[in-house]
Write a protein that binds this ligand. Structure first.
Ligand code: SAM
Length: 267
């Protein structure tokens, strides 16, 4: 039993990239095509992490500018290295964005809103920095459903230790369901709210490739795995291996679903 409080842990960019950053990079292009924002706009990425979404904006949207705001110093360092001057990065949070009023045209946020203690305050702050008629959009994982690489992890963790349910992102984050996301956006007074799912494939050549990113300790599930002693961690690893749909060649083919929401700010 692991009754310690485990923090979410966003510190080191490289292990985060291996765990989730690489999958966020695959959601980002579909998300951006869905937004259909014309060229020449000023973009802000809130909770930009290691820069997955910023990079896709730079590559695909011909922006006038891209700014990223992120609380973690370690992630900001990786984002700066990854984007090499193509975006401006600032330390800050979703509820205290260090930019002026009406200074951007599009605010996006990937896999962040559920981690913000007050998501309504975050939307209000995003609306403050947004020029009239702009777009606000975000995506979050479908933790309770088709974010399968994490679902297999938490289902096994809770089977072995019911106390792990407190950290299970499917339980912790009711916001990560389409109805709740839509309600958050509508309740903020935003217009033209739309929500849709974006599915990507998360293939692994073998079990070790699936498991190794959990040992990097970045994000709730890896932080939980690394809070266990070696025996408990090995038991968890073995239980997940029993449950995963492993093909005869050792490969594992899973789906990751994100829920995306978009809306416009009234003129
Ligand atoms: C799952 S990562 C997503 C990072 C990046 N957007 C991506 O798609 O790869 C969650 C991010 O939310 C950031 N975060 C956590 N709390 C936050 C807050 N209150 N305001 C802004 N960002 C926050 C973390 O530091 C981390 O970078």
């Amino acid at each position: 039993m692991n009754s310690k409080k485990v923090s979410d842990t966003w510190e080191r960019g490289s292990p985060y990239e291996l765990y989730v950053g690489r999958w966020s990079r695959q959601v980002a292009p579909s998300f951006l095509s869905w937004l259909g924002i014309p060229a020449g706009r000023r973009w802000l990425d809130v909770g930009c992490g290691t820069g997955a979404l910023c990079a896709a904006i730079v590559d695909r949207c011909a922006p006038a500018s891209v700014a990223g705001v992120e609380p973690s110093e370690g992630f900001l360092k990786t984002a700066k290295e990854n984007l090499a001057g193509r975006a401006a990065f600032h330390q800050g949070s979703a509820t205290a964005i260090p930019l002026g009023d009406a200074s951007v045209d599009v605010v996006v946020s990937g896999l962040v809103l559920n981690f913000v203690p007050d998501p309504r305050a975050a939307l209000a702050e995003m609306m403050r920095v947004m020029d009239k008629g702009g777009t606000i959009a975000a995506y979050v994982w479908d933790y309770a459903g088709k974010m399968e690489l994490m679902r297999f992890f938490w289902d096994a963790a809770v089977e072995l230790d019911p106390d792990a349910a407190k950290m299970d992102e499917g339980i912790r984050f009711p916001l990560c369901r389409p109805e709740a996301l839509e309600k958050l956006f509508t309740g903020a007074g935003l217009k033209d709210v739309a929500v849709k799912s974006i599915d990507i494939l998360t293939p692994f050549r073998n079990f070790d490739e699936y498991w190794a990113p959990f040992l990097g300790g970045q994000g709730p599930a890896p932080a939980y795995a690394m809070s266990l002693n070696e025996t408990a961690r090995a038991r968890l690893r073995d239980r997940i291996r029993e449950r995963l749909p492993i093909e005869s060649d050792g490969s594992i083919s899973l789906t990751a679903r994100a829920w995306a929401a978009r809306a416009t700010v009234a003129q």
